[in-house]
Write a protein that binds this ligand. Sequence first.
Ligand SMILES: Nc1ncnc2c1ncn2[C@@H]1O[C@H](COP(=O)(O)OP(=O)(O)OP(=O)(O)O)[C@@H](O)[C@H]1O
Length: 223
Amino acid sequence: MNILNVTCLTKTYGKSENKCEALKEVTLSIEKGKFTSIVGPSGSGKSTLLHCMAGLDTPTSGKVLLDGQDIFSLSEEKLSALRRQKLGFIFQSFNLIPVINVYENIVLPITLDNRKVDREYIEGIVSILGINDKMNKFPNELSGGQQQRVAIARALSNKPEIIFADEPTGNLDSKSTEDVVMLLKMCVDKFGQTLVMITHNNDIAKLSDVCITIKDGEVLKNG
Ligand SMILES: Nc1ncnc2c1ncn2[C@@H]1O[C@H](COP(=O)(O)OP(=O)(O)OP(=O)(O)O)[C@@H](O)[C@H]1O
C-alpha cells in the first residue's frame, strides 16, 4: 500500500539564465511500512524532492498526496499541523535547540502541539536509543552520535507515520552510522513506520527495501 503518491513534481529555482530545474516531472510512490532510500549524485535533486514530499518546500507544479490528501491544497496552518502530527524529520545537522535540555528537545513536537506526552513510549524509545541517562543534559554536552540519537528520538516522539531523513549519518563516524541506521531500520520493522532516507552510502542503500535513484532531477531507477 502506498502512503505517499508524488505526481509530476517539478521544482524550478531562479529565473531566465539563473533558472535551475531541480525536479522535472517526478512521479513516484512510497510504500507504507517500508524503508525507501533515495540515492543519486550531488545536486541531482534529492533534498529538493524530500523537502517537497515532506511539505517543507513548495513545488512549482505537481502533487504530493499523503494518505490520499493533497498536502499543498492545505492552508499553511493545516500543513504545519499535519507535519507535526504525521511526519518526523532527521537532518544531517541535528537541529537541536541548544537552550533546552535533551528531554525537552525530544518532546518538543508534542508540547508545541499542546498534546500530552506519552511518557512510557518516550522512555521506551530513549532506552532503545541508549540515551536514557542523558535526559537532563544540554545538546552541546553530547557527542555527534548521541545528538543524532536525540534527533531521532525527537523525530519519533510524535509517533509519525513517515520519517524523512536527509543524509542523517553524514556527520557520524562509521560505528555511529551503523548504530543509527540499524535503529531506524528497527523502527520500520518494529513500529511499522515508513522511512524515506537520502544517502550517499551504498551500504545503507543496500539495507533499504526500495531504492530510488535520482539524476538531473529525474527518477532514473525505482526498485
Ligand atoms: N534554494 C535554492 N536556490 C537555487 N537553487 C537551488 C536551491 N536549492 C537547491 N538548488 C539547486 O537545485 C539542484 C538540486 O539541489 P538538491 O540540494 O536538491 O540536490 P541534492 O541531490 O540533494 O544534492 P546533495 O547530494 O549535494 O545534497 C542543484 O542544482 C542546486 O544547486
